[in-house]
Design a binder for this molecule. Sequence first.
Ligand SMILES: N[C@@H](CCC(=O)N[C@@H](CS)C(=O)NCC(=O)O)C(=O)O
Length: 437
Amino acid sequence: MASGTLYTYPENFRAYKALIAAQFSGAQVKVAEDFVFGETNKTEAFLKKFPLGKVPAFETSDGKYITESNAIAYYVANEQLRGKTDIDRALIIQWLGYADSEILPASCAWVFPLLGIMPYHKQTVESAKEDINKALAALNSHLLTRTYLVGERLTLADICVAMTLLHLYQYILEPELRKPYMNVNRWFQTVIYQPESIAVLGAFKLADKTIEYDPKKFAETQGKSSKKEKKEKESKKEAKESKEPKESKKESKAAADKIVVEDEADATDEALADEPKKKNPFASMPKSSFDLDDFKRFYSNEDESKSIPYFWQKFDPENYSIWLGEYKYNNELTKVFMSCNLISGMYQRLDSMRKGAFASACIFGEDNNNTISGIWIWRGQDLAFTLSPDWQVDYESYTWTKLDPSKEETKELVKQYLSWIGTDKEGRKFNQGKVFK
Ligand SMILES: N[C@@H](CCC(=O)N[C@@H](CS)C(=O)NCC(=O)O)C(=O)O
């Protein structure tokens, strides 16, 4: 069975293709934890493996390197997803091409300006809308008599096309705009509400209202990346000048145009990858004597017999609170590794919350009989997820109970979840834990 490490930034719809395929196939895909977009993928070590420096990128456990999201998804898929007959395989490739050429460029041209990561040009956006409507109309006719794009069961075609439509359904296609495409809507929801997709995407919510263009947002993202862009442009210019001193004027202009286009794409990718990190509601909260980073370091390096007393010695109940989060749909959990991926997915989506939060979530039980619950510690006294729209994908799937730090029961729960011991309420034994730090 395929296994390896996936390099990506959080919430990358391209990486979702492989992550969902792996949920179906059982492939062991580990997301590289310390990957920082714009940094890790520019290092010499990364470029040696993946010369374009793009993500998603996949390193197999036996040391092979794969780029291109569709190829990675194919590698980690199983026979059902890849297609069982020549005609099915050909049709699946057809739909992957359709997603990349008929949907993706138009989707980016429509969504990115509204997210404030590309300038808004009315004409470009209008023409993108037309292209999307054409692509959706064709898809809608195809799905009139079909549940899935190819054959009678879900394949890579469904996963890849649905992921390419993800931003449109998330940000743009409000009820009125998606109304003409009922078959596509039904099929899209069939794909994203498979348990294997939920394990990766969480509880995906279709757009209630199309997001609106906000020129201030664009100015903000531009301000952020302009320094970096300028530096990169300068170094690219230097490299070009030293490599090609005898270029004709015409050739230089073509090369310069290409550089501008590449730089725009880089800025867009970076802004998109930065998007979840932008607002941090914890930043405006009062200072606390409890140094969470220090505790996280201590917890990582020391045994719980030391780190738990250390926690209680340093904890500041005025500025931090402790919560028990219990998954609401335990009866739908099957394989333990899938429950584990559900937690990793949630942690990944909450990346921008790490600064002010810590958690230890545990799985109790075994395959086909397991539960998820965890202890969370974050800044402030309220349910932190409500503070940022970026943190709201998963939290409603959990019941949240605020714990009183002065109570003995709380001390016991903290001890249990930080030491990874004991059982859940129904007596299932601790199986494995995952820390959010
Ligand atoms: N066709 C590729 C596109 C990959 C791609 O463009 N990745 C972007 C982020 S979503 C990237 O890594 N850009 C970094 C760069 O260009 O330096 C795929 O589907 O994997």
